[in-house]
Ligand binder design. Structure first.
Ligand code: M6R
Length: 368
């Protein structure tokens, strides 16, 4: 049942090319128009939306952070991302022109469900992004986009996360199409880039052994930091969450620009720092990331850098280098998270932990 893997998590990591491909099937008409048939939300309703609030927990929340960058960039609609557990306790400003996007793999997360109920009581429309057909969250929402990860057994979400990202990109592009933003013309091109992702994901997974070796080499560390910028920032947070959940290690993700505002004080000799380097196309962002990496390295950190193929400028600052395929910055999370999943899975295995059933955690959190 684990297809020869030791853990469901590892099996699920390797299912990601298929999961992403399945989530893209049937999304374009013969005429090249994007379609989200099952969504049950009329184009007029989407056109009326003047604010989006994404609510979710854990890994799904990090998918929501990436979604904010994509939706705002492609549709120019303001997006907030909020932890579902905080949402209804702060008297949020919502009305019938607010679209709530609730992201949940299981569809049973109590914090998210309660937030949905609150939003609907204020007349906001709720769109669920969910992996579980007929679960509570899609049932209590006005509309749904299903992800096609297939059942996720490992407590740590992996393919669930990737397919949530795909659903968020599709929603963003669909809104751009409906609203007729200037990115409308680029939808085809971005869809082609998305359709190339399963192949890119395969390529990164083919390099798993090198990542495993790095993970085992760091198995005795007490703490690991993750740095990212732009869409790489939520990837850093998600990489840290994976390590906390599975290896019970102190792990923290930071936006690299925040380093000098405090976190750099944590850096000491030999501290492993995993750095998600943005693609070179975005030069100022890339350059700023490089200087953040230099700063931690100058203070003794051991830098493990994830950087796109052909980016030689990173070489002098990387103690170890993991190559990523060349993809646009907004889509980079789909490939950048993979080495971090593999790293956490292998490090926890090396420590002798139960990767599929980490201590104190449940697959769906049905209490607030
Ligand atoms: O089923 P959901 O997506 O609503 O679950 C949300 C979180 O509980 C979940 O992502 C959790 O953080 C995972 N264990 C992460 O690996």
């Amino acid at each position: 049942e684990k297809d020869g893997h030791d853990w469901f998590m590892r099996k699920e990591i390797f299912e990601q090319p298929r999961a992403v491909a399945d989530s893209l099937i049937g999304r374009r008409t013969a005429a090249g128009q994007l379609q989200l048939d099952e969504m049950r939300l009329a184009d007029e309703e989407l056109r009326d939306v003047d604010k989006i609030i994404i609510i979710a927990c854990g890994t799904s929340f990090y998918a929501g952070m990436v979604a904010k960058y994509a939706i705002e960039h492609w549709t120019r609609t303001p997006v907030e991302v909020e932890l579902a557990s905080e949402f209804r306790y702060r008297d949020p400003i919502i009305d019938s022109t607010t679209l709530i996007v609730a992201i949940s793999q299981s569809g049973e997360t109590a914090d998210t469900l309660q937030a949905i109920r609150h939003a609907r009581s204020q007349r906001a429309k709720v769109l669920a992004i969910c992996n579980t057909n007929g679960s509570s969250i899609p049932r209590e929402s006005d509309a749904v986009i299903y992800t096609h990860a297939g059942p996720e057994i490992g407590v740590a979400s992996t393919k669930g996360f990737l397919t949530q990202l795909v659903a968020c990109y599709l929603l963003a592009l669909y809104m751009a199409q409906v609203k007729g933003t200037r990115f409308g013309d680029e939808i085809d091109e971005i869809m082609e880039q998305l359709e190339a992702m399963p192949g890119h994901i395969e390529t990164v997974l083919e390099g798993a052994d090198a990542v495993y070796e790095l993970a085992r080499a760091h198995a005795t560390t007490r703490s690991v930091l993750f740095l990212g910028r732009h869409a790489g920032y939520p990837v850093a947070l998600e990489g840290a969450l994976k390590l906390k959940e599975l290896a019970y290690l102190h792990a923290e993700g930071f936006a690299a620009g925040e380093l000098k505002h405090g976190p750099i004080a944590l850096v000491e000799e030999g501290l492993p720092v995993l750095c998600v380097v943005p693609p070179k196309g975005r030069d100022s962002l890339h350059g700023k990331m490089l200087s953040g990496i230099q700063e931690v390295r100058a203070r003794g950190a051991r830098t493990i850098c994830l950087a796109e193929a052909g980016d030689t400028s990173i070489e002098p600052y990387a103690d170890d280098l993991i190559r990523l395929p060349k993809v646009p910055v907004l889509l980079q999370p789909l490939v950048a998270i993979l080495p971090l999943q593999l790293f956490a899975c292998e490090l926890a295995t090396a420590l002798g932990h139960d990767v599929d059933q980490p201590r104190n955690l449940a697959k769906s959190v049905t209490v607030e």
